[in-house]
Design a protein around this ligand. Sequence first.
Ligand SMILES: [Zn+2]
Length: 203
Amino acid sequence: MQLTLRLTEMATGIRRCMYCGDGLGTDIDHFEPLAEAPLRAFDWPNHLLACSHCNSHQKRELFPRDEDGTSLLVDPCAEDPYEHLELVLSTGVYEALTPRGDATIRVFGLNRADLVRGRAAAFIRTISMLRDRVRLLQTDGEEATEIVTSLRDQPFADVLYAMLRYRSLPGAHLVLRGREVVDALGDPALHFWHHAGGFEPRR
Ligand SMILES: [Zn+2]
């Protein structure tokens, strides 16, 4: 229980699965399966919050390694997943940038149909929430703050994370559907991963 609480503090907002970002993080996944690394049973960075689908149906005991024995799975607590994965915002599909990204997509089923649809919908929703926030900042600070909370707690927070990363790339306004959205993403209130001990999106 105590461990679950610590992991909850690390995840931003509502405790969601650290793999799919959709389901609630109800299970504790041993990132490196205990069968392979019994000494890591009490090593807390080896424990990640996962939904029961990702934990029991997708990852199970899978833990692919390269020839040197190094894990092929990207550890979302210890490294930046976006070094290995790219989210295509308009479709909600993850593309692999490296062999480790490819293994991660496969093992966690990151491109299963429900997740892809959910991310594409989250992209549209996030754009309209950002536009609303810009408008509300002029008139109602409280409602503008509620939008930030809602963005943090919504499923598929990885979509906002990807948008924050893309905002400084050339042509970002084309991908992000307008300069107003690009500017809204510059708002420091949205950069909550930094405070949660996660990775600040690269600028
Ligand atoms: Zn999950």
